[in-house]
Design a protein around this ligand. Structure first.
Ligand code: HEC
Length: 98
């Protein structure tokens, strides 16, 4: 009952549509600045300063996810379960921002 009341209040205030829009934002809307922080912590030791070893990387976020989760692995370490979807989006935004 109380919950319904709050939902109605939010809807009336026009807040609900805003929340729905945020929740359904596409997975690719990553933040390159946050991605850079993740890169420096986890990736730089192999791929170099300022993405040197990935300079031409432009594959999709889905490809990056599969790679990080060990499904495209050749010599790349397995980051399965390490990153949340938003962090993969952030990394992807950073890697592909040129
Ligand atoms: C221990 C070293 C190591 C670390 C740490 C590492 N990688 Fe890699 N990465 C590799 C190697 C080796 C390859 C090439 C083999 C392959 O494709 O799996 C590679 C390949 C890649 C590729 C494909 C490059 C291309 O041109 O298609 C991407 C993208 C990538 N890594 C991203 C990352 C990201 C993002 C991180 C941090 C979360 C990371 N790597 C951490 C060693 C590493």
């Amino acid at each position: 009952m109380r919950r319904t009341f709050i939902a109605i209040l939010l809807a009336a205030a026009g807040v609900w549509p805003a929340i729905t829009v945020l929740a359904s934002e596409p997975a690719s809307a990553g933040d390159a600045a946050r991605g850079q922080g993740i890169y420096e912590e986890y990736c730089r030791r192999c791929h170099g300063d300022d993405r040197a070893g990935l300079a031409t990387y432009q594959a999709s976020q889905e490809e990056l996810k599969l790679r990080l989760e060990g499904q495209l692995r050749e010599n790349m370490p397995d980051f399965f379960g390490v990153f949340r979807e938003e962090e993969i989006a952030d990394l992807h935004a950073y890697l592909t921002a040129r």
